[in-house]
Design a protein around this ligand. Structure first.
Ligand SMILES: *[C@@H]1O[C@H](CO)[C@@H](O)[C@H](O)[C@H]1NC(C)=O
Length: 364
């Protein structure tokens, strides 16, 4: 169940550019989660709401309310509305003009599960703004003007999104104590490798980290060792080296598309033997990366939009084909200068499905 939810959340979160989120989708997740955990912590959260009838009367001016959900999106609000009911579980403030989160803006909202502040003009968050928010799991701050990671983030948050802010520095221990964080989205911020302080990700056991559309020139070496998915697309990474993934042994999906990679050192992927998908499309590779045929779990490899001029018969598949655990379902090689009629058909002997290989037309 957890994994399924995570996948749903990832799919929802990749929207770009800004699209509004239907917060009601999260209410369903909330109900499932509460049902899941009802044996573990039988606390006040499982109260049956018998006062749902008067939610209209308690609704802040200009907002729409339904049981435990307060929606104040697209209202041109310049600050967080007052008198939000204390039993609110989901608060939707996306697409307003809020510039600042003040100390008492969320005071008393101890039951909050999801807080959506996407697409505002927030540049300042008071260090006590999130106090006592022990139930908050989803905090979406994408499309704002933050220059740093806010202090004292809610301790049990599962998903944190800062896509498209102005964050250029992540200080040491920025996420300290966030033991449950699974998804950390930092894409589209002006983050260079030098802006990621040593120990910035201390204490995290995150599954997904996204730092696409940033200013990285190398794979960051100090990310949590737990990550299973890493998106570094649209950066300025020029090469991949053996030491890049040595700490990330659990990686399943690796996004390196739209970088400037010319060179992949032999053995770079040997430390991530469970990897299922690698995106290396739209780079400057002249050859298929070495030793892919040793990756037994690899199913999808995107290499389109490079400068690959020849493909060897053993570049993808192990020599005794039994050495492969999962067959490939996607190899893309179009938009490379390779003459595809020169590629021997046996090159793709460990690919399944009719659309498993995309060669396309040779384009100059
Ligand atoms: C890469 O390394 C592997 C294992 O050490 C070796 O078998 C292979 O021949 C190397 N490939 C290249 C292209 O050097």
């Amino acid at each position: 169940m957890r994994v399924f939810l995570l996948l749903c959340l990832l799919a929802l979160g990749n929207a770009k550019p800004y699209q509004s989120i239907n917060v009601m989708d999260f209410m369903r997740n909330y109900d499932i989660m509460m049902a899941d955990s009802s044996h573990e912590d039988e606390d006040e959260d499982n109260d049956v709401d018998d006062d749902d009838d008067d939610y209209d009367d308690n609704c802040p001016a200009g907002c729409q309310c339904s049981p435990r959900v307060v929606q104040c999106s697209d209202k041109g609000e310049i600050s967080v509305p007052e008198k939000i009911p204390e039993d609110t579980v989901i608060l939707d403030l996306q697409n307003n003009d809020i510039t600042e989160i003040k100390e008492n803006d969320f005071k008393g909202l101890h039951k909050l599960y999801g807080l959506f502040l996407i697409n505002n003009k927030i540049s300042k968050i008071h260090p006590k703004a999130f106090r006592n928010m022990d139930h908050l799991r989803l905090l979406y701050l994408s499309y704002n003007l933050l220059t740093e990671i806010p202090a004292n983030l809610p301790p049990n948050v599962i998903e944190l999104r800062f896509h498209e802010n102005k964050i250029s520095r992540i200080q040491k221990d920025a996420f300290k104590g966030l033991m449950k964080l699974h998804v950390l989205e930092l894409g589209a911020n002006p983050l260079a490798n030098s802006g990621i302080g040593l120990g910035a990700f201390n204490g995290l056991s995150t599954l997904y980290i996204g730092i696409s559309e940033a200013k990285l020139t190398a794979v960051p070496k100090d990310l949590p060792t737990s990550i299973t998915e890493l998106s570094l697309d649209y950066n300025k990474i020029a090469k991949v080296e053996i030491e890049d993934f040595i700490r990330y042994k659990n990686l399943r999906r690796l996004g390196l598309g739209f970088n400037q990679i010319k060179y992949v050192e032999n053995g770079s992927f040997a430390s991530i033997p469970s990897v299922r998908q690698i995106n290396l499309d739209n780079n400057r590779l002249k050859k298929v990366p070495p030793n892919l045929n040793a990756l037994r779990s690899l199913q999808v490899i995107y290499l389109h939009g490079n400068k690959i001029s020849s493909v060897g018969v053993n570049d993808f598949c192990p020599v005794p084909p039994s050495g492969k655990k999962n067959l490939y379902t996607g190899i893309s090689l179009f938009a490379n200068p390779v003459k595809y009629w020169d590629i021997q058909p046996a090159t793709f002997r460990c690919v399944t499905g009719r659309r498993g290989v995309q060669l396309g037309n040779f384009r100059k």
